[in-house]
Design a protein around this ligand. Structure first.
Ligand code: AMP
Ligand code: MN
Ligand code: MN
Ligand code: MN
Length: 284
């Protein structure tokens, strides 16, 4: 029997809605054999994930999804199979958490000017002591009846050109890749079709990424349709990257997206779990 992988998901440690323990329970129910916890800009959930997976005989790959700014565009880079105790990585991520604190205040100020008071406290309530992301603001605005759903909050308030949008510098591509490399991990470009880059810009991103030592590409993603998978598979093959697959699960509220229910990685791509640095599967 082949193994079931899901190498991209979030817990309440960033902007998911399930605690690490509840998430791992859902992963077990979904029949996933190998998971990666990839919270945004933090590895604070990894110890708990390792523990919970150990109890359920699931292979746990320590991961992270790092926010970077590349040529003015926010891109997400996955670090898979990282040593989550690595100091350089932790130090780098801490700087991003500082930026998030500043940004959360800035977003709240802008929303205040747009007639939505107390958004910082509201978002913090959803973040429950973890980092504050745009998702937490989105949940607060839905709660307040300002928008009907998360999607429309992003569209009306939180994306470029909208009243609650704040720009700023995340990590550089080179820094993010050096942290991942220092922590012994494999870097992957997350959900590459989601950025809607032109072919020329996507090629430039992949070339910069490869040059900086990146070796994997998230061809199969919960946010890619079949056409996007096919198209991204072409890039992955052309640039000889390892293909990865992940749902980008954030919790059961999104009823269209499920853990572990992913299309197979198209031939002739080489899955990231065949990378020489990938750990051996659990003995059964
Ligand atoms: P942040 O890293 O705080 O800027 O927030 C990025 C996160 O917001 C992503 O990881 C998604 O979870 C969520 N997100 C971004 N855009 C959308 C959207 N259009 N609809 C729903 N969620 C979104
Ligand atoms: Mn997210
Ligand atoms: Mn992402
Ligand atoms: Mn994600």
């Amino acid at each position: 029997m082949s193994m079931k992988y899901d190498l991209h998901m979030h817990s309440t440690v960033s902007d998911g809605t399930l605690s690490v323990d509840d998430l791992v329970s859902e992963v077990a129910k979904a029949g996933v054999d190998c998971m990666a916890l990839t919270d945004h800009d933090t590895v604070d959930g990894i110890e708990a994930a390792l523990q919970a997976c150990d109890d359920k005989a699931i292979q746990c790959i320590p991961g992270v999804e790092i926010s970077i700014t590349w040529n003015g565009q926010v891109i997400h880079i996955l670090g898979l199979n990282i040593n989550h105790n690595n100091n350089k990585l932790k130090h780098g991520l801490n700087k991003l958490l500082e930026f998030r604190k500043w940004r959360a205040e800035a977003i709240a100020n802008k929303l205040g000017k747009a007639g939505i008071p107390d958004a910082l406290a509201g978002a913090a309530r959803y973040a429950k002591g973890s980092l504050i992301g745009r998702m937490h603001f989105a949940r607060f605005l839905v709660e307040q009846g300002i928008c009907a759903d998360i999607r429309s909050v992003f569209k009306k308030y939180l994306v470029r050109g909208k009243p609650g949008h704040v720009t700023g510098e995340w990590a550089s591509l080179e820094d993010a890749l050096s942290w991942i490399r220092d922590a012994g991990g494999i870097a992957a470009i997350a959900h590459p079709a989601r950025y809607r880059l032109t072919a020329t810009r996507l090629r430039a991103l992949i070339e910069d990424f490869s040059e900086a030592g990146g070796s994997a590409y998230e061809v199969v993603s919960g946010s890619h349709n079949d056409n996007e998978i096919r198209s991204m598979a072409g890039y992955c093959d052309k640039y000889q990257l390892y293909a990865t697959a992940g749902s980008d699960y954030h919790g059961p509220e999104n009823q269209w997206l499920h853990l572990g229910r992913l299309p197979t990685i198209p031939e002739p791509l080489v899955p990231v779990w065949q990378h020489p640095d990938w750990p051996a599967p659990l003995a059964s």
